[in-house]
Design a protein around this ligand. Structure first.
Ligand code: ZN
Ligand code: ZN
Length: 283
C-alpha cells in the first residue's frame, strides 16, 4: 500500500481530476483503489481514470504494454477489459463514499490510428477519451532517453509544425473528447532548443484552435508540469487564455498522476481556471 498520509485536502468543493493513471499503465504505480482513497483524502468530487493505451505499430514498441496482475502484456483491445472491469467495480464501491469514478483512457495517437481508436471506443463505451500525443515521426519527445533522438533532425520550426499538425489530425478524426497536455513538447524542448521555444507556438495557435472549435475538441489544464519542475501547466497560462478567447472548450483539470499521491496535484490553484467547480466553500 502507498502511504497516503501526506495528502492534504483541497478546500474547494466540486473539483474533478480527469487525467490519472494507475498500475495498468506501464509507467505508473498504485492500484485503482489507492487512487480512489487518495481522491477522497483530497476532497475531490469526481475522478476519471485514463490509463495509457499505446499501440503505434511504427514506434519502437517500448511503451506498447498494459500491466495486468503485475505483468506487462502487449497492448490489445481485449487486454484492456480487466482495467475496465476494475474501474466499474471502483465506481460502485466509491459512489456510496461520495466520489464519482469515471472510465476513461489516454489513447496514444499515431497516424492511421482511427480504426483502432474507434474499435476501442465501441467496445468499452468510455465516459472520456483523451488523446495523448507523445511522439513526432514515431519517436517519443517526452521520455528522458528519447527526446534528443526525436529532436535531432528537426529545426524548432519543423518540430512545431509536425507537433501541431498531429494535434489537428487527432482532432479531425472526432473520436477524442480532449487533447491531453497540449504543448507537452515543452517538457524537454526547452532543454534542447533553449529560450527560442518560449513563444514559438504563436504562429500555429490560430489554425489549431479553429480546428479544435470546429470539431468540438477540448483542451485540458494538465498540472503535471509543476511536478516536472518546469513551473507551468500544459498548456501555459498564455495559451489557456488565448484558447478560451478563441472559443476552445477548457473544462477539465488533469493531474496526470502516475502515483496515488499525485492525484489532484496543484488543483487548489488550478481549479479557478475551469468553470464548473463549486467555489466559496472554504472550511
Ligand atoms: Zn500523456
Ligand atoms: Zn497521462
Amino acid at each position: 500500500m502507498s502511504d497516503l498520509s501526506s495528502i492534504e485536502p483541497i478546500h474547494i468543493e466540486g473539483v474533478k481530476d480527469y487525467h490519472m493513471h494507475c498500475d495498468y499503465s506501464f509507467d505508473a504505480s498504485g492500484t485503482i483503489e489507492e487512487y480512489c482513497e487518495s481522491a477522497l483524502r483530497r476532497n475531490l468530487a469526481e475522478i476519471c481514470f485514463t490509463t495509457h493505451y499505446d499501440n503505434n505499430p511504427n514506434s519502437d514498441g517500448r511503451d506498447r504494454f498494459i500491466r495486468i496482475d503485475g505483468e506487462l502484456q502487449p497492448t490489445s483491445i481485449d487486454r484492456l477489459g480487466r482495467y475496465v472491469d476494475d474501474v466499474h467495480a471502483a465506481a460502485e464501491k466509491y459512489y456510496v463514499k461520495g466520489i464519482s469514478v469515471k472510465l476513461g483512457v489516454e489513447f496514444g495517437w499515431y497516424r492511421g490510428c482511427e480504426e483502432e481508436a474507434l474499435k476501442l471506443k465501441e467496445k468499452y463505451n468510455f465516459d472520456y477519451m483523451l488523446c495523448g500525443i507523445h511522439e513526432i515521426d514515431n519517436i517519443s519527445f517526452c521520455s528522458k532517453s528519447d527526446f534528443e533522438k526525436c529532436f535531432a533532425d528537426l529545426s524548432l520550426e519543423a518540430m512545431l509544425k509536425k507537433y501541431f499538425m498531429q494535434v489537428k489530425e487527432a482532432s479531425d478524426i472526432k473520436l477524442f473528447d480532449t487533447i491531453a497536455h497540449f504543448c507537452y513538447y515543452y517538457k524537454y524542448a526547452k532543454k534542447y532548443y533553449g529560450d527560442a521555444i518560449e513563444k514559438a507556438y504563436e504562429p500555429y495557435l490560430d489554425s489549431v484552435f479553429t480546428t479544435l472549435v470546429k470539431n468540438g475538441t477540448e483542451l485540458e489544464i494538465n498540472t503535471s508540469g509543476i511536478r516536472h519542475g518546469i513551473e507551468r501547466y500544459y498548456p501555459n497560462i498564455d495559451i489557456i487564455n488565448k484558447a478560451k478567447k478563441a472559443g476552445v472548450k477548457i473544462i477539465h483539470l488533469g493531474s496526470d498522476a502516475h502515483h496515488p499521491t499525485q492525484v489532484g496535484y496543484e488543483f487548489e490553484v488550478a481549479a479557478s481556471m475551469v468553470p464548473d467547480t463549486i467555489t466559496g466553500c472554504e472550511e
